[in-house]
Design a protein around this ligand. Structure first.
Ligand SMILES: [Zn+2]
Length: 85
């Protein structure tokens, strides 16, 4: 077991920092989403509460397809497209 311990001792700092970095970024996005929508997603365009999660911090309303970023707010480039039914 000693060889294994020595081997891992050379790397845990990097691994731990990577994992901490990743989890803190995820936690940060989750916090942003819960700050923006304390009771869950709420579409800023139509007020609907259900959304698709496109990516971390990016949501799309299930009704009007308005994309909303937790960080930058609504993404207006999509508003010209008619909502898919
Ligand atoms: Zn909507």
């Amino acid at each position: 077991m000693l060889w294994y311990t020595r081997f891992t001792e050379a790397y845990p700092k990097d691994l731990t920092e990577l994992e901490l970095n990743f989890s803190s970024k995820e936690a940060c996005r989750n916090d942003l989403a819960s700050l923006r929508w304390p009771k869950g997603f709420l579409c800023p365009a139509c007020g609907h509460e259900e959304s698709w999660r496109l990516a971390a911090g990016l949501f799309k309303c299930k009704v009007c397809n308005q994309k909303t970023s937790v960080i930058s707010g609504t993404i207006s480039e999509d508003t010209r497209k008619p909502p898919a039914s």
